[in-house]
Ligand binder design. Sequence first.
Ligand code: C5P
Length: 247
Amino acid sequence: MNSSMQEKLIIALDVPTFAAARELVDRLGSAAKIYKVGSQLFTACGPAVVRHLLAAGKDVFLDLKFHDIPNTVASAVTAVAGLSQKVFKAEKEPAAWGRLLLCTLHIAGGKDMMRFAVEAAAKEARRISVPRPYLVGITALTSDAKTENLSAVVLEKASLAKAAGLDGAVASVQEAALLRKEFGKDFIIVTPGIRPSGAAIGDQKRVATPAEAVKNGSDYLVVGRPIVEAEDPVAALCAILREMDAA
Ligand code: C5P
């Protein structure tokens, strides 16, 4: 298995309970390196699940898509960065932990909201001596139907994100190549809506295969249901990794 592909594949841990999350993480074992915790699991289990993943050496993408007044989002992002801090005596030292890698906020929240968030993440990460979580902005949801000028909308949103100091953006594979060309290699592009050929599309509209995502310059591919709901999640994950590697 090419481990560099594992560093690019994010498994969306869209399950309802801590027990289900733990079971899937145990089952995928060393085949998976990065997990996304979204609003469902975070609302059900809170920070405990994030800390469980970090302590297991996994990197975490906390996808809570913040969108509020600047002060509130800055405080929330401070709390996100603070999740990498040891709370219980029995815990291993954070140096052995995974990394709180990514966190999302809506670009629609505006320039001040994004700038405050960037400053807050940097300040808290410095304070507790951990790497700063990368902040990536939501451009458009991949479940939105394709509209005529979607590329222009995504490009404009991503420009706002970059100008405000965000590290990158979440966009569909259809826009990934455009963003890569426009913003260069240092702009992080995260692409959900990934479906290996033959997989059910579900509520996603703008989907693409893992190979297309890699070819279009995506840094991180987010895959949920094709792995989480697979009869054999390990086999599904390995097939996706192989497809990415071949691309
Ligand atoms: O199951 P599926 O592979 O469609 O999961 C995609 C994941 O990516 C979900 O957790 C969803 O919340 C997330 N996501 C998305 N579109 C975005 C941002 C995040 O589908 N623009």
